[in-house]
Write a protein that binds this ligand. Structure first.
Ligand code: S3P
Ligand code: PEP
Length: 449
């Protein structure tokens, strides 16, 4: 594992002294790492996970699996997971990880006893109800605390019985795609698999569900992506129903792609201050939502090129960032990065389709408006997103609300705005330990120390 350099609190975000010329090696994808870890726990043999993410969210997933009795060994930077009986009696800490709080309950129904699940204070407010309701409707016993609207929230106890029938279930996943992914991931171990139909008005983060399907198939599981009525999906169609067949999950060796969403702040830095940032091992094809950065940054005036396996982003030659009108429904986790560039842009921006960000690590729409405004910018919330208009920014101390992406948002602004300080930059450790160190290394290529 890397040595993490400590940072001051608040952290003075460094100004960029000039155009960048950096290569940034981005650690593994959070979403892929935690999916492979979970499936490895259900596999019919050991799984070697190569280049996984090592961060708070992945450590929480490793901790959760160990709590259920799964063996997870470190092999240098890689992980080896040896599956076995899933034991009850454990207490799982989900921290603030959506992937742990949502993905664990459907696994815990397979344990041979009670599994208790809790997380950070904010985790108790994040939407959780549909996963619990779905498991209950399939016959699981889950005792959960009750949220302000009567919905189930953390903390909760899953009463595992050592096996689970699964079956057909409807779910409203308009608040998070992770509700669907959660049910699909554990389903190969359910006696009947699962048939999940989304019944809500909208469905965010479809690439993340596609990722779940892809990872399941990569482990040898049969998954069908279907129309709501169970019919076959036409080419290019959007699934709203998924069927996972029961069957063995294969182990073996899996290689984790770099986290493309976490590449975002570094690529955005080139757009903010000019020069070029390169990210090696950018996959040719991927289900990661972060791949949308190629298009979004180009629309904001960047030049985006690919040589062999490296993606390069070069900032606009005239230094002028174009505002953006975009629906980020599929790639909501990119919003803080894109919003930072919008706040530096020369023309107005509108980011749409992201009402569900109110249930992320913090209410990201409120947080972005508050923090852009704090720095003299102009932003307002809409029903389903943000409007950001050009304004001259000044320094200030940016709150981060335990949200890794609010910290990287502030760092991007600090490249161009003198006097930006970031509260609790260590919160980036949720998915990107040593962010300040990596940021400093990138800036060193522009002459900064
Ligand atoms: O399944 C996953 O790995 C994720 C799904 C998305 O969640 P939402 O659909 O709740 O936005 C995404 O924003 C999150 O960062 C990771
Ligand atoms: C929404 C995010 O995380 P989580 O997996 O905790 O939902 C995120 O990383 O932007």
């Amino acid at each position: 594992m890397n040595t993490i350099r400590t940072a001051a609190d608040p952290w003075p975000a460094p100004l960029a002294p000039g155009p960048l010329d950096a290569v940034v090696d981005v650690p593994g994808s959070k979403s892929l790492t935690n999916r492979h870890l979970l499936l490895a726990a259900l596999a019919d043999g050991p799984t070697e996970i190569v280049r996984p993410l090592h961060s708070r969210d992945s450590a929480l997933m490793v901790g959760a699996l160990r709590e259920l009795g799964v063996r997870v060994d470190e092999a240098g930077p890689d992980l080896v997971v040896t599956p076995g009986t899933l034991y009850g009696g454990g207490k799982v800490d989900a921290g603030l990880a959506g992937t742990v709080m949502r993905f664990l309950p459907p696994l815990a129904v397979l344990a041979d006893g009670e599994v208790h699940l809790d997380g950070d204070e904010r985790a108790r407010e994040r939407p959780m109800g549909p996963v619990v309701e779905a498991l209950r409707s399939l016959g699981a016993r889950v005792d959960a605390a009750t949220g302000p609207g009567g919905e189930p929230v953390l903390p909760l106890t899953v009463h595992g019985t050592g096996g689970f029938a699964g079956g057909t279930v409807e779910i409203d996943a308009s608040a998070s795609s992770q509700f669907v992914s959660a049910l699909l991931l554990a389903a190969p171990a359910f006696a009947q698999g699962v048939d999940v139909r989304h019944v809500g008005a909208t469905l965010p983060s479809l690439p993340h569900i596609a990722m779940t399907v892809d990872v399941l198939r990569g482990h040898g599981v049969v998954v069908e992506e279907l129309m709501a009525d169970g019919g076959a999906l036409p080419v290019g169609g959007t699934p709203t129903r998924w069927r996972v067949h029961p069957g063995p999950v294969s182990g073996g060796r899996v290689v984790v792609e770099p986290d493309l969403s976490n590449a975002g702040p570094f690529l955005a830095a080139a757009v903010a201050v000019g020069g070029t940032v390169r990210v090696p091992r950018w996959p040719r094809t991927t289900t990661q939502a972060g791949d949308a950065l190629r298009d979004l940054l180009a629309r904001m005036g960047a030049t985006v090129t690919r040589t062999d396996d490296t993606l390069a982003v070069t900032g606009p030659v005239d230094g002028r960032i174009r505002g953006l009108d975009a629906d980020l429904h599929e790639a909501g986790e990119l919003t803080p990065t894109i919003a930072a560039l919008c706040a530096l842009a020369e023309t107005p921006s509108r980011l749409r389709g992201i009402a569900h960000l109110r249930g992320h690590e913090t209410d990201r729409l409120a947080a972005l408006v508050t923090e852009i405004t704090r720095l003299g910018g102009s932003a307002r919330e809409t029903d389903d997103g943000l409007e950001i208009t050009p304004a001259r920014l000044h320094g200030g101390t940016v709150e981060t609300y335990h949200d890794h992406r609010m910290a990287t948002f502030a760092a991007i602004l600090g490249l161009r705005v003198p006097g930006v300080e970031v509260v609790d930059v260590s919160t980036t450790g949720k998915t990107l330990p040593d962010f300040p160190g990596m940021w400093g290394d990138m800036l060193a290529t522009a002459g900064a120390r």
